[in-house]
Ligand binder design. Structure first.
Ligand code: AMP
Length: 394
């Protein structure tokens, strides 16, 4: 069964096609720079060293380009399309077959996910147009965190405002944390309490108990929590009000500052790229890495408390999977929590599954490559097959 997986981000469309029977990726790539003024869109095809400028102007055009390319390459036997959808609110606890009602809910959440849900929906609509007889499945980044207890999801603002505007901790990166939870459960069934650190350009940390998310660092939006490439993570809300007053910033301008100009890029003034910062001797670049690591370490301590201890600490995503130095800096000094890495194992663990726990320590420290696309493909196959089965029995 071949499944097309689409991730329509704010300025990109990432795609991959999976043969889910063999769990094999057949092709993958991305179209970048959509809606970026003055820069033409670029198609990058992974593994084929293709990087070409293409004439598309929006997400719908990019999806049409992908579908045409797949058809030309003979990858035509696609049975379903799985879409990563960022915000599913309280409505979706699981992946769902896209119906008109599902599209209405995705649209309802445009206000609280303005950078993502509109392009997610555009991708869905484009697929429905080009593949009219193939089911579309929405896999939500928020769904895994629907198990958060009220004590973790409630913000201490007036209740009536929170209820009126659906303000709560939704959490994001749920597809990745869900994948990590399943991988750890498959390899270490004894690990019941897991702290999953997804450290990439976007970063978040999740406390998982018996396979369920019980707390997570991203909140009402993906801005909260850890320091990220260009997002600040936790800040005092007064800072927004103060800047609006002192700099006459509009909400739109602040949105750009907090989404594109903060985090590692904001502190360092050099780059959002962890590799560049690690290799720089600039004082602000060093400070940016220090603040990044310190924030993760603080969260590990708080999730240790939230979980009443932990059985496994997992590092994943671009930084988590590939940077022994960042992992070492984060875990330094946490022996009192039973967290200690083996220096040599840590150094050699890059982009592969690895157990980097120092001998004699029970709490497993693992490097686990995440694979959100594979999870979306599996779930899409499952939902599409169930739907087909339903139709046959009806
Ligand atoms: P992601 O968003 O998961 O693709 O992660 C992107 C981030 O991972 C960027 O900040 C990269 O600099 C970082 N990254 C990738 N490889 C390495 C590496 N070998 N060492 C440090 N950071 C890395």
């Amino acid at each position: 069964m071949n499944i097309l997986v689409l991730n329509c981000g704010s300025s990109s469309v990432k795609y991959s096609v999976w043969n889910t029977d063999e769990e094999k990726r057949l092709v993958s790539g991305a179209i970048d720079c959509i809606h970026v003024a003055g820069i033409p869109c670029k198609h990058i095809k992974n593994g084929a060293h293709i990087s070409e400028e293409i004439a598309v102007s929006d997400h719908a055009g990019a999806v049409a380009f992908v579908i045409e390319m797949l058809s030309k390459e003979g990858i035509a036997d696609i049975v379903a399309v799985g879409h990563r959808v960022v915000q599913g609110g309280d409505r979706f606890k699981e992946p769902v077959l896209v119906t008109d009602e599902v599209k209405e809910v995705i649209t309802h959440y445009f206000d609280i996910a303005p950078l993502h849900n509109p392009s997610n929906l555009e991708g869905i609509v484009s697929c429905q147009k080009h593949y009219p007889s193939i089911p579309n499945v929405a896999v939500f980044d928020t769904a895994f965190h629907q198990t958060l207890p009220e004590v973790a999801s409630t913000y201490a603002i007036p209740r009536y405002l929170a209820k009126k505007h659906d303000i709560k901790r939704y959490g994001f990166h749920g597809i990745s944390h869900d994948y990590i939870s399943r991988e750890v459960a498959a390899r270490y069934p004894v690990a019941k309490k897991i702290i999953s650190c997804h450290l990439g350009n976007g970063s978040s940390i999740t406390a998982i108990k018996y396979g369920k998310s019980v707390d997570t660092s991203m909140g009402f939006s993906p801005l909260e929590g850890l320091v990220m490439g260009t997002r600040p993570g936790d800040i005092d809300p007064e800072i927004s009000l103060y800047l609006m007053e002192k700099e006459n910033f509009t909400p739109g301008e602040l949105l750009v500052i907090f989404n594109k100009q903060s985090g590692l890029a904001g502190i360092s003034g050099i780059s959002s790229d962890m590799r560049k910062l690690l290799s720089s001797s600039d004082a602000d670049a060093r400070l940016a890495v220090d603040v990044f690591c310190y924030r993760v370490k603080k969260y590990i301590g708080s999730y240790f408390a939230a979980l009443d201890g932990a059985d496994a600490l997992v590092f994943t995503a671009g930084i988590g999977e590939n940077s022994p130095e960042v992992r070492r800096r984060i875990t330094d000094g946490l022996e009192s929590l039973g967290i200690k890495i083996d220096v040599a194992k840590n150094e050699s663990a890059q982009g592969i599954f690895a157990d980097i726990t120092a001998s004699g320590f029970a709490l497993k420290i693992l490097v686990v490559p995440t694979n959100e696309d594979l999870l979306i493909a599996r779930e899409t196959g499952r939902v599409a097959s169930a739907e087909k089965g339903d139709k046959v029995t009806k």
